[in-house]
Ligand binder design. Structure first.
Ligand code: UP6
Length: 262
């Protein structure tokens, strides 16, 4: 999978419509960079988005951590997504029973193309999400889920068995699962699924709360990431636009190097 190009992977029969859309977008923008806009106010969210928008394929939010977010904020975010051609992913890491997850997703589905979920509650939760999407024909094929299979932080409780079961679920819900959030390439069962990997920073190897970082080359070449998530490395830089451009180029050049060595 890691040696195959995104164009080849997007043409596979089992690649879903939303996954094709992501592959296409990465190729158009030559970007496999996802920025985690982890800020605390709506103004900062829009400000950083405007700066990094041209360089990213996915903008990742933790909307519940941001104060002052209104319908207008979400509309501006959607407009910028259109203007700069990126997708929006709410990193909600949903983890409840199917019915609750459905209620939560009803709100998120309106503005976020992608959402993250933990697999802890099992496949029924994904069935709930699928039901929400099925209710609106405009959403069909335009919404997708990343399942958390591994975490980047020290001391997390995910076991090998949990990873195996998570991968199984990802294969059962191929219509909406676009990929897995993980740290190693052997987790991904098929080239039609995307490996999204957080924990990327050029300057630091860890933070003070257990986060572990790798540099862009390691994450793409050694760990097999298709799309890399960068948060503080860009958001807390003095010049977020310049930093986003730098990460984008490093990540994309490494992806090109990876697929051309096959
Ligand atoms: N994230 C991780 N590790 C995971 C899953 N998700 O760091 O295993 C998310 C965090 C944060 C971002 O919730 O939004 O990716 C990483 O940000 P950072 O680059 O500032 O550490």
């Amino acid at each position: 999978r890691t040696k195959m190009g995104f164009n080849e992977r997007s043409e596979l029969l089992e690649t879903s419509k939303i996954t094709q859309k992501i592959f296409k977008l990465t190729l158009e923008k030559k970007s496999n960079l996802c920025v985690a806009v982890d800020v605390d106010t709506a103004d900062k969210l829009l400000d950083i988005t405007e700066k990094v928008g041209p360089y990213i394929c996915i903008l990742k939010t933790h909307i519940d951590a941001i104060s002052g977010v209104t319908e207008a904020t979400l509309n501006s975010l959607k407009l910028m997504a259109k203007q700069y051609n990126f997708l929006i992913m709410e990193d909600r890491k949903m983890a409840d029973i199917g019915n609750t997850v459905k209620l939560q997703y009803n709100k998120i589905v309106k503005w976020a193309d992608l959402v993250t979920v933990h697999s802890i509650s099992g496949g029924m939760m994904l069935k709930g999400l699928q039901e929400v999407i099925n209710e609106d024909k405009d959403l069909l094929g335009n919404r997708g889920v990343f399942i958390i299979a591994e975490l980047s932080c020290d001391g997390n409780l995910i076991s090998q068995q949990y990873i195996k079961e998570t991968v199984k679920i990802s294969e059962e819900y191929k219509d909406i699962v676009v990929g897995l959030v993980c740290q190693s390439d052997d987790v991904i069962p098929s080239p039609s699924l995307i490996q999204l990997t957080p924990g990327v920073n050029m300057k630091n190897s860890e933070d003070s709360l257990g986060q572990k970082y790798q540099n862009p080359s390691d994450v793409i070449l050694t760990k097999g990431a298709d799309i890399a998530v960068v948060g503080r490395g860009i958001v807390q830089d003095d010049n977020p636009a310049e930093a986003a451009k730098l990460y984008k180029e490093w990540l994309w050049n490494t992806y090109i190097e990876r697929v051309s060595n096959s």
